[in-house]
Design a protein around this ligand. Structure first.
Ligand code: FES
Ligand code: FES
Length: 217
């Protein structure tokens, strides 16, 4: 039986053969041999990893991670410490704040591999067993949260901030930048905590809670 020849006088078989050849030609003209094109669609090779250990809340955690892993992702995804929150992942909200050697940092902006040998404290490590950290107790007493998403970062940040004030670090609103004894007034607390955003707007109660602890109330 004769095969239909279409508009161009080609059989279906001839048309398929022609289009296969054209594809190979196009790949070759893109600089890709058929073998190379196949390799490009193969599964990617596993990422190289690096072994290191982080000390978090007094415990050593051996890790083997892609060197580009942030401290926040290591805490949450590898170690299971999900108290530190990911709000923006860009250093703008403070939800991921942890303490490294007592200083507050945004854990989304630092790589985990940069911190072997450092003492890292997360919200999970602030309490002493069943005894809440004074800031945790004050946040509860003052109802310093609504949804609670920003709260771990607020509390870690406040803990670091109070040490900064004790050490005499001035802020933008400090009247006397040479003073060594800085009173944590409302304006001082608001300025020093300005890197921690609360989308629920619990700011008045957060400031009251921190003020109580700062005054030893
Ligand atoms: S998640 Fe790190 S600052 Fe927002
Ligand atoms: S309590 Fe909801 S974001 Fe602060």
């Amino acid at each position: 039986m004769m095969e239909d020849t279409g508009e161009y006088g080609l059989t279906r078989r001839q048309m398929l053969e022609f289009s296969g050849g054209a594809s190979a030609l196009m790949m070759a003209s893109d600089g890709l041999s058929p073998a190379r094109a196949a390799a490009q669609t193969a599964a990617p090779a596993p990422l190289p990893t690096t072994a290191f250990t982080l000390n978090i809340n007094g415990l050593d955690h051996p890790l083997d991670l892609d060197a580009r892993t942030t401290l926040l992702d290591a805490l949450r995804n590898e170690i299971g410490l999900t108290g530190s929150k990911k709000g923006c992942d860009h250093g703008q909200c403070g939800a991921c704040t942890v303490l490294v050697n007592g200083r507050r940092i945004n854990s989304c902006l630092t790589l985990a591999i940069m911190h072997p040998g450092d003492e890292i404290t997360t919200i999970e490590g602030l309490a002493a067993g069943d005894n809440l950290h004074p800031l945790q107790a004050a946040f509860i007493a003052h109802d310093g949260f609504q949804c609670g998403y920003c709260t771990p970062g607020q509390i870690c940040s406040a803990a670091g901030m109070m040490e900064e004030a004790k050490a005499g670090w001035p802020s933008h609103v400090s009247a006397d930048i040479a003073a060594t004894d800085i009173a944590l007034t409302g304006p001082e607390i608001r300025e020093r905590m300005s890197g921690n955003i609360c989308r629920c707007g619990a700011y008045p109660n957060i400031v009251a809670a921190i003020g109580d602890v700062a005054r030893g109330a």
